[in-house]
Design a protein around this ligand. Structure first.
Ligand code: NAD
Ligand code: ZN
Length: 251
């Protein structure tokens, strides 16, 4: 791992426009479980029964009681881990320009990153399905579910459910960032879900170096990634930023 960290530190210092693509693995060390894989939410819940927009429309109380309440409990209390802090440091150093994330937890912004494209929306806000009024998730009263707005409408988290369209402006911004970057960090995503899977491909085809940070190999690892740094996102990013600071200090 050490050799790869040194190599990534040198690549990033040389980079003029680095972009990061992040997934659920990024926030595991903040106590937020991923959806797929070991310990993932889908081991306990059928996504089609709880995370599909049709399921929500049919029975919002059920989806609130089982999935959204639990997510609210976890996300309301989650704080950025060393991986989020590492990416915030890379932005401060002028290396990292944009983060494209599939996460809905808002931890990148909390860590201090300023340009974050959230293409699955954000869990921090709820929107009334009747009058479009917005309310912060932390302020929502969930003693009765589904929670309702003053107008009587039901609140729905501002994240993209299965069966919903990704906002076209997010897709466009991600594609633009990917095609303009010279280095792409792909962190904690299984890269199996579109459109996340195609973002690193766009970067690669535009000539960028693709560096993956993940506990496991992914479909990108063989063909797309230049190399993969195996390990936990928080540990890798912490060591990586220390190495970058060391190299910059010795310059
Ligand atoms: P995923 O659940 O499919 O995959 C997670 C990936 O992270 C895997 O490749 C796994 O090997 C890796 N991983 C796990 N722990 C890690 C760690 N500590 N360090 C580095 N890598 C680690 O996640 P996905 O590909 O992001 O797709 C699932 C979708 O679910 C996302 O699009 C997202 O919208 C949503 N989701 C979001 C959150 C969140 O906001 N934090 C949490 C769960 C799911
Ligand atoms: Zn309303």
């Amino acid at each position: 791992m050490k050799d790869f960290i040194h190599r990534a530190a040198e690549d990033l210092i040389r980079s003029k426009n680095a972009v990061a693509l992040t997934g659920a693995g990024m926030s595991v060390e903040s106590g937020i479980p991923p959806f797929r894989g070991k310990g993932g939410l889908w081991e306990r819940f059928d996504p089609m029964e709880y995370a599909h927009i049709d399921a929500f429309m049919k029975n919002p109380a059920k989806v609130w009681d089982v999935l959204i309440k639990e997510m609210k409990g976890i996300i309301d209390n989650a704080r950025p881990n060393d991986a989020h802090k590492g990416l915030a440091r890379l932005e401060k150093l002028g290396i990292l320009k944009t983060i494209i994330t599939q996460n809905v937890d808002g931890l990148h912004q909390m860590a201090g990153n300023t340009d974050v494209v959230e293409f699955h929306g954000n869990f921090a806000w709820q929107r009334c399905m009747k009058c479009n009024n917005r309310c912060e998730t932390t302020k929502i009263d969930i003693r009765q579910t589904p929670p309702r707005c003053e107008c009587g409408g039901i609140y729905k988290p501002e994240c993209i459910f299965f069966g919903e369209m990704i906002p076209p402006q997010c897709l466009q911004r991600s594609e633009m960032a990917a095609s303009a970057c010279d280095t792409m960090l792909v962190i904690g995503t299984s890269a199996g879900v579109q459109p996340a899977a195609s973002i690193p491909l766009i970067a690669k085809q535009a000539g960028a170096k693709v560096i993956e940070i993940n506990l496991e190999k992914t479909p990108l690892s063989k063909e797309i990634s230049d190399y993969i740094i195996p390990g936990k996102a928080g540990e890798v990013l912490k060591t990586l930023t220390i190495e970058i600071d060391r190299l910059l200090a010795n310059k």
